[in-house]
Design a protein around this ligand. Structure first.
Ligand SMILES: [Zn+2]
Length: 151
């Protein structure tokens, strides 16, 4: 997430802000903003209230993200509010699965580095870019190995 998005969203939704949102890649900023707007609509802060209206935590790892939001801290709450929180969390997960982590365009696949390390949800353009780069890296490794054989 870009610095300006962090400031904008944390200023707009201080009652929902979680530092776990910082783990999200730039391409999923729109999904995060929609989640914050949805949760704000469920339980907006009362005048003069500065605490968290809905505790929120984000887990992002290897091309997927999930949001955890507690309805138990909303006071008595209503079944409709609980359903709206579940809907918002589900919408967020789906939006992350459908967006490129890098640019936010429609994702087409989960890309995994040939080394088994990094794994990301990417659009076709970013998959092509990674494949080209990894092909260059593989060739660089092969050239290095070939050089070793001649020593
Ligand atoms: Zn992309």
């Amino acid at each position: 997430m870009k610095k300006e998005d962090i400031k904008r969203l944390s200023d707009q939704y201080p009652h929902l802000w979680s530092y776990s949102l910082l783990t999200l890649p730039e391409g999923w900023t729109a999904a995060a903003e929609q989640l914050l707007a949805d949760l704000h609509a469920v339980n907006p802060p009362a005048e003069g209230y500065y605490g968290h209206t809905i505790p929120l935590h984000i887990l992002h790892d290897r091309g997927f993200a999930m949001a955890f939001a507690s309805v138990s801290d909303m006071g008595p709450g209503t079944p409709e509010q609980a359903h709206a929180v579940m809907t918002a969390v589900g919408r967020f997960r789906k939006a992350c699965c459908n967006a490129c982590e890098v640019c936010g365009q429609r994702s087409v696949s989960l890309y995994k580095e040939y080394t088994g390390g990094n794994q990301q949800m990417l659009c076709q353009a970013h998959i092509d870019e990674r494949l080209w780069k990894s092909n260059v890296d593989i060739r660089a490794d092969l050239i290095w190995q070939k050089g070793d054989d001649h020593d």
